[in-house]
Unconditional design. Sequence first.
Length: 272
Amino acid sequence: MARVLALSSHVAFGSVGLAVIVPALQRLGHEVMALPTIVLSNHPGYGRFSGEQIAPLYLDQIMDSLDANGWLEGIDAVLTGYLPTPTHVTTAAGVIARVRAANADALVVCDPVSGDEPTGLYLDAAVLAATAEQLFPQCDITTPNRFELSWLAGAPIESPEAAVVAARALGTPAVLATSIPADGGRLATLLVSDQAARACFVPRRKTAPHGTGDLLAALYLGHVLNGAGPEVSLGCAVAAVDDRIMAADGRDELPLAEAGTAETAPLPVASI
């Protein structure tokens, strides 16, 4: 069992952000300390939503209390997700630094949540730029989707091979890139480092609920923390996400409560 500090959005209804990250990591046996960066009724894709950002000052105060209680030393990993402003990015960078000061071996995963296809950016471009500048130098792995990877690399991505080139341009030790178009009506999820590039392939689905990126990042991290190697962690995470997309059957939300056993049955991994 490991302890993960997760910073992301929280919704009262739905399956995005911490509402996905926390149960996914808990199912794999890990404790989660959740810091919401924004609290909403639901994600903005619905017709109406309400809520507000959590001021970075309050997040800093929460970290002060966690530190004063001696709990930072027990954190094994940090996962950053939805950060609504550049100031929140700076706060997240400070959180990582504080955790690493207490545990230099803490694993850091950065999900640069900022946009998707076909709508493009849903946060100010300054947030993604600040993420690349302040968080990428501290992280062990980043998990962009196709749109985010293309924006960060400044290049179109039409194939797994193009995604490998773009991923290596980010300068992080590893990149877990999602929703990459592949031949045969498939999508690829790539795990790219300087030494190797691996991919899992699934059929392109007609629809997919929000939150699949949050789920994938949490599951991959959870398997790594359980001691699984990168390829097994990749295969298990992709299999579980695809299973939940199929189970959603066109619904707007991921059916997390009825999750099956796919999380421990990895898909095949191929070299790119």
